[in-house]
Design a protein around this ligand. Structure first.
Ligand code: ATP
Ligand code: MG
Length: 571
């Protein structure tokens, strides 16, 4: 099921912002405080980008602040590499937490004290049941749970056991601390949820100071309260946890009273936004790493040349809603084109080269021709492009026996070389196997700059590079990582697209592309947007295709973006 991702309201408006605004207007809060709370167990993906834009965006719009808080309560899965990557990605997306960088682990001591308080109040107990027995006793959606035989332990015994859990006296899984709420509750989250579990594991920040770690449900709301978070925004899966979030806040002497609000998580076709699956893609070698340009991670998108403004634009178009939906992956490409069409400099490159010899151009001669860097933005200036007797054109721009509608180069036909001259194809040279090895052409020196003084027209303008000056590169073309629009997260390997990467090893670029050291994407005229891969070396230039020029997002209501004329437009 794919749904049009049209924003339902005016840009920047959604039900969460309505709630925030109403709270401010009614004087319930002076300052809005939100947080983005990633667990550092993987790299951030498109879904997180949505959450970041929402939380930081609300703080910006309402003059409040947004905290970056690492939800670091499970040391067995969390790593410093992920912490660093998350900070880098949030900054790259354009947001700043200032001095408000926090960790759930900053609060471990306070959380422990509050847990002891719950025990003293008879609202928490140490349970010795095995994990399996606990699962069975929890009941089902249709059956109530059963009380644990350890539920009515004395306060003193509970405190003694909890202290010894902390001291590391018991092995993993031997005991847990549970809230004493209601084993018959219709909401399974309230059937005496686990607050603490034993884990003998070293933590990236607290080292081996702790042998017990709080559950997400216990740590999250209290962390929000400690930081003075006013609006704790999360995805819909947590709606059923809200009564527990509130129970904790109601039963613990917290310094402030945050509220939880839920919105629908982002889903995008041809991808799986789950850190578990993304981790398996990396570990299983299905991709080259977390920043593989086919990955829906921010690191992958960045490496593919997607500018952060395009991601923010995409998130804005998707909007914030309570209803589940799947967004067409083409909408992201649409945003990328919108942004890059305006900002990306134009260059010429030939992906599949075919040699052209201009027979009437003097041997050993070359010249520099003026090429503009952007057709709509004169402030980006122009550059010189070298021209000579031998050129490469795109193999696809020539046909020996063209059909009627083919307007580009063919025997006897005249076309314009962009920024250069009119050329006419005189002869096709082939090797012994019959493959075309070069074209012999002539040029008209009077057409310099691309116009004929006698007013004659050509039907196509094609791009080219000079053989003597071109720089060789490997160009990587990316397609969807998953062939299926709705890949199966449980068996994702079967849905992978075997053709998600195409490597062109013999591309030729105009020298200005190789001379440019920036990672920013440029438009290769008539081909798409491309950027330098960070793994390029002086000996081997690697170029990634960010996206093509053509709009494949059929359902987009907005006009087609793109400043080029794919496939050789008429002039
Ligand atoms: P995953 O499901 O990929 O493992 P997660 O929810 O476990 O993600 P967290 O690190 O806990 O990852 O997420 C940090 C924040 O990002 C949470 O507030 C979460 O709700 C939000 N978030 C995660 N995935 C999405 C998504 N697909 N759309 C919107 N928000 C998301
Ligand atoms: Mg999570």
């Amino acid at each position: 099921m794919t749904e049009d991702a049209k924003p339902e309201r005016e840009a920047g408006q959604d039900f969460i912002r309505d709630i925030v605004k109403a709270d401010i207007d009614a004087g319930r809060h002076k300052t809005v405080v939100t947080r983005f709370p990633p667990e550092p167990n993987g790299y951030l993906h498109l879904g997180h980008a949505k959450s970041i834009c929402l939380n930081f965006g609300i703080a910006q719009e309402f003059g409040g602040r947004c905290h970056l808080r690492f939800d670091d309560t499970n040391p067995t899965k969390e790593e410093q590499e992920y912490i660093d990557a998350i900070e880098r990605d949030v900054r790259w997306l354009g947001f700043d937490w200032g001095k408000h960088l926090y960790h759930a682990s900053d609060y471990f001591e306070q959380l422990y004290d509050w847990a002891v308080g719950l025990i003293r109040a008879g609202k928490a107990y140490v349970d010795d049941q095995s994990p399996d027995d606990m699962r069975v006793a929890r009941g089902t959606l249709t059956e109530p749970g059963r009380n644990s035989p350890f539920r009515d332990r004395s306060v003193d015994e509970n405190i003694d056991l909890f202290k010894r859990m902390r001291a590391g006296e018991f092995p993993n899984g031997a005991r847990v601390l549970r809230a004493k709420i209601d084993m018959a509750s219709g909401n399974i989250n309230l059937r005496d949820p686990v607050l603490y579990r034993i884990l003998h594991a070293s933590h990236p920040r607290t080292g081996t100071a702790w042998y017990i770690y709080p559950s997400y449900d216990y740590a999250h709301g209290q962390s929000d309260a400690i930081e003075g978070v006013t609006h704790s925004v999360c995805t819909l899966e947590f709606a059923d946890h809200r009564p527990l979030y509130d129970w904790c806040l109601d039963n613990i002497p917290v310094p402030s009273r945050p509220r939880q609000y839920e919105f629908a998580r982002l889903n995008v076709t041809h991808t799986i936004l789950s850190k578990r699956v993304l981790t398996e893609l990396v570990r299983g070698g299905h991709v080259a790493g977390w920043d593989d340009p086919r990955m829906p991670t921010m690191a992958g998108l960045r490496r593919r040349g997607v500018p952060p403004a395009a991601l923010r634009d995409f998130v804005k178009r998707v909007g914030v809603a309570k209803a589940y939906s799947i967004v067409d992956a083409g909408l992201l490409d649409f945003s990328v084109r919108e942004v890059l069409n305006k900002s990306a400099q134009r260059r010429m490159a030939v992906l599949k080269p075919l040699k052209v010899v201009i027979e009437n151009y003097p041997e050993g001669q070359s010249e520099e021709l003026d090429a503009i860097n952007h057709p709509e933005d004169a402030s980006l200036g122009s550059r010189k492009v070298p021209f000579g007797r031998e050129l490469y054109i795109e193999a696809d721009d020539f046909m020996e026996s063209p059909p009627k509608k083919f307007f580009r180069l063919s025997p006897g036909k005249e076309v314009r070389l962009r920024y250069a001259y009119f050329i006419t194809c005189k002869e096709v040279v082939k090797d012994a196997s019959g493959a075309i090895t070069e074209l012999r052409c002539t040029y008209d020196p009077a057409t310099k700059g691309g116009n004929a003084p006698d007013g004659r027209k050509v039907q196509a303008t094609i791009h080219w590079v000079s053989v003597a000056h071109a720089v060789k590169a490997e160009v990587r073309l990316y397609d969807q990582l998953f062939a299926k629009a709705d890949p199966d997260a449980a068996n994702f390997a079967a849905d992978l697209n075997p053709a998600s990467l195409e490597v062109l090893s013999d591309a030729r670029l105009e020298p200005a592309i190789a001379a440019d050291n920036s990672d920013a994407a440029v438009q290769f005229e008539r081909l798409g947007y491309f950027c330098r891969d960070p793994e390029s070396t002086p000996a081997k230039l690697i170029i990634n295709r960010t996206t093509g020029l053509r709009d494949t997002y059929a359902k987009a209501a907005a006009p087609v973006a793109g400043g080029g004329k794919p496939g050789g437009g008429k002039k």
